[in-house]
Design a protein around this ligand. Structure first.
Ligand code: SF4
Length: 441
């Protein structure tokens, strides 16, 4: 283990936690030096890491912001951090990702997207050709014939050229260096200074798994990369593309007049609710189940109530069941799921099947009222069931609306006029939305 004697961005006296000879120590020292070269305020630096030995860097850089993320996702998080800073905050933050070759493969699309967006993020890929922390397994950056624990006779596949991927993703700054290159500090500092997406792949060796299984030394890395057809050195340095936030500001400005104002709901109606009410509405996809719930929720907001709505439907979206759980309350609601429904609505066979599948009969109480279409049958005994000709009088596409309208007509929950107003806005005169018989129910 080595002690860092002089450090400006690192924890004073930080001890490198890596195995002896591991290339990671060099990369972190050079990163520290690169930041020193740029003289960036440590508060304007955010290091984003994930799983893998290189992710241990967080603890070594106590002067800067650090974010430790899930395996391979550091570039995705960094993209969000960089965009948030540039669009909403100081705009000075330099966001740097430290990722291994394994992580860079897991999160390859995050790297591609960050490059396509041209966010101000620098990705340093510490490439030692294998997953070090988890035991030395092959990654997609493992060169052909390189031995790992999962390729004991040599990897059968050529390695992926991540710099070429970055190039195809329109990255402006691309470099491939080795951990012992004398100008690595300069390269990293140029990458960080670059106003847009930059990537530096650093070739290095894992002394725990790489050198034990391969007859290889640090001075052979360039040759090995070139044999794989990979260019080594500064590959690209072009600022021809605007950094993301510049484009963002220009585009938002250009479309400013088209952005719709937020819709505020002013409570213009009354309610007498003392306790929360919970309602489950179920039916078939495409029959306005969730939009009925949304209208009910909006009516509750118009009465000054707190509201939550939780929707559920199969992945197919347009077929099968559709179900919504709505809670309305005079006070704060801390959980969106219905735990003891006051009303359960089922307007189609699909909806009733889902109520059974989700075991909603275990989320009711002795006062729960079931409003079901006349075509349905609930065999369970002891339930308060109201059977109505909803589909016949309202049509399949408005059966759920009819059920909610019936509840508001007969139970004192909130001002029925609020719901009626929303119905009229959408469907025209209230008296003509359903068949005449419905209004006499
Ligand atoms: S396992 Fe490999 S990558 Fe991890 S610290 Fe040791 S030498 Fe470095």
């Amino acid at each position: 283990m080595n002690t860092i004697e002089q450090c400006s961005y690192m924890t004073h006296g930080a001890v490198m936690p890596f195995c002896k000879g591991c290339g990671h120590s060099n990369i972190l020292k050079k990163l520290n030096d690169a930041l020193g070269l740029l003289q960036i305020d440590p508060h304007d630096v955010c290091l984003v890491t994930d799983i893998g030995c290189i992710g241990l860097a967080d603890a070594l850089f106590d002067k800067v912001h650090t974010v430790h993320t899930t395996h391979g996702r550091s570039t995705g998080f960094a993209t969000g951090i960089a965009v948030a800073d540039k669009v909403l905050a100081s705009g000075k933050l330099k966001t740097i990702v430290l990722i291994g070759d394994g992580g860079s493969m897991i999160g390859l699309l995050h790297i591609v997207n960050a490059a396509l967006m041209n966010v101000d993020v620098t990705v340093i890929v510490a490439n030692n050709f294998l997953f070090g922390m988890t035991g030395g397994q092959t990654s997609s950056l493992t060169p052909e014939h390189f031995n790992t624990i999962t390729s004991p006779f040599g990897s059968m596949n050529p390695s992926l050229d991540i710099c070429s991927i970055a190039d195809a993703s329109k990255a402006g700054f691309i470099a491939r260096k080795t951990a012992t290159d004398k100008d690595l500090t300069e390269t990293i500092s140029n990458a960080i200074a670059f106003n847009g997406f930059s990537i530096v792949e650093v070739l290095e060796l894992c002394t725990e798994h790489g050198t034990k299984r391969n007859d290889i030394k640090g001075n052979m890395l360039v040759k090995m990369a070139e044999e794989e057809g990979h260019t080594v050195g500064q590959i690209k340095n072009s600022d021809s593309r605007a950094e993301f936030s510049k484009k963002y500001h220009t585009d938002v400005h250009a479309h400013k007049g088209e952005i719709k104002a937020l819709k505020y709901i002013n409570p213009a109606y009354e309610h007498t609710l003392k306790f929360p009410k919970e309602i489950i509405i179920s039916g078939s996809a495409g029959e306005r189940v969730q939009s009925t719930a949304a209208m009910f929720a909006e009516a509750a907001l118009m009465c000054g109530l707190e509201v939550t709505q939780k929707n559920d439907n199969p992945v197919t979206q347009g077929s099968g069941f559709s179900l919504s759980e709505v809670i309305i309350s005079p006070g704060e609601i801390n959980f969106t799921g219905v735990s003891s429904a006051d009303f359960v609505v089922a307007v189609s066979e699909n909806g009733l099947k889902e109520i059974k599948a989700q075991d909603i009969f275990n989320r009711i109480n002795e006062k729960t009222i079931f409003i079901i279409d006349e075509s349905l049958n609930i065999e369970k005994k002891g339930l308060n069931i109201i059977t109505l000709p909803l589909r016949r009088l309202c049509g399949g596409d408005k059966a759920a609306i009819g059920a909610v309208d019936y509840i508001l007509m007969h139970y004192d929950i909130l001002d029925h006029n609020a719901f009626k107003l929303l119905l009229e806005k959408r469907f025209g005169t209230y008296d003509k939305i359903f068949k005449e018989e419905f209004y006499k129910l």
